[in-house]
Design a binder for this molecule. Structure first.
Ligand code: FBP
Length: 264
């Protein structure tokens, strides 16, 4: 296991990954509300906020935009991903090798595993290859651990999220990115199950400032390491404002009210 406190993924013991792979995972519909958000440069600019520890993107976006930002940003390269046009059982194509990620300048890699999918076996085998390669390059591995598939009715149930966190530990991820399981105590259970693997909350669809910050606060209070977020930042008209508030909650251990006030 790589102690992530000593890697660029982490700052002052905390993680704030800004994810921008949605053009692949969800498609252009995610950019409808704020049309400027379709421009990757807008999110790269937002990621220069001091609270952001890494930007997570797919290879094509990294190749096109990261060279202009490599002095200012740490890159987390997402190694697999699939479009929303895919109608089959949850699966994720491997689009990038660890070597390619390293050559482009990534300081960590990310990999989606849909535990519970009929494709879990193949995905776990692909993860094993990626994890081994990442160890060779000494890059921390973040698992997007998202149980889903025909047998799973509720992918944010506390037991499911605890299992997602445990899968990340068992398979050798350094960080488990899991959905918020609805309460601080459920997140505490996920953190316990992950052991030395660090748990970060996955942002989810856009919600109000307060509702979002409360989930983040409960994650931090549960012993979570931080957050990996996309839409709740760049689907806002002003991404900087919510990043100011997140900085307070994640790095300064501020209350939600204090964070909201600081971001005014
Ligand atoms: P959000 O904060 O916008 O939820 O982004 C996190 C993320 O994991 C992205 O990296 C990914 O594109 C998306 O969520 C996948 O969302 P889902 O598969 O749950 O629709």
């Amino acid at each position: 296991m790589i102690p992530i406190d000593d890697t660029p993924l982490c700052r002052d013991g905390k993680v704030l990954i800004l994810a921008y792979d949605h053009g692949l995972e969800h498609g252009p519909v995610d950019f409808d509300e704020v049309p400027e958000s379709a421009d990757p440069e807008r999110t790269f600019e937002a990621a220069t906020h001091p609270a952001v520890t890494s930007i997570a993107v797919q290879k094509g976006i990294a190749e096109a935009y990261y060279p202009s930002y490599e002095d200012d940003l740490d890159l987390l390269m997402k190694l697999n991903g699939t479009s929303n046009l895919w109608m089959g059982e949850p699966d994720s194509a491997v689009n990038c090798t660890v070597e390619q990620a390293y050559d482009i300048g990534a300081s960590s890699v990310g990999f989606t595993l849909y535990g519970g999918s009929n494709n879990e076996i193949e995905m776990a085998e692909e993860f094993a290859t990626a994890q081994k390669d990442a160890r060779d390059y000494e890059l921390p591995v973040v698992m997007w651990s998202y149980p889903r598939g025909q047998g799973l009715k509720n992918d944010t149930a506390p037991g499911t999220i605890a299992y997602a966190a445990r899968l990340a530990l068992e398979l050798g991820a350094d960080v488990a990115k899991v959905k918020f399981p609805g309460s601080q105590s459920a997140m505490e259970q996920a953190v316990r199950m992950a052991g030395p693997t660090k748990v970060v909350m996955s942002g989810g669809s856009k919600t109000s400032d307060r509702a979002f910050l409360e989930d983040v606060k409960e994650t931090i209070d549960a012993g979570g390491k931080g957050l990996a977020v996309g839409r709740n930042v760049w689907q806002r008209e002003d991404p900087t404002r919510i990043l100011d508030a997140l900085e307070q909650v994640i790095f300064e251990e501020a209350s939600v009210d204090e964070a909201l006030a600081a971001a005014e």
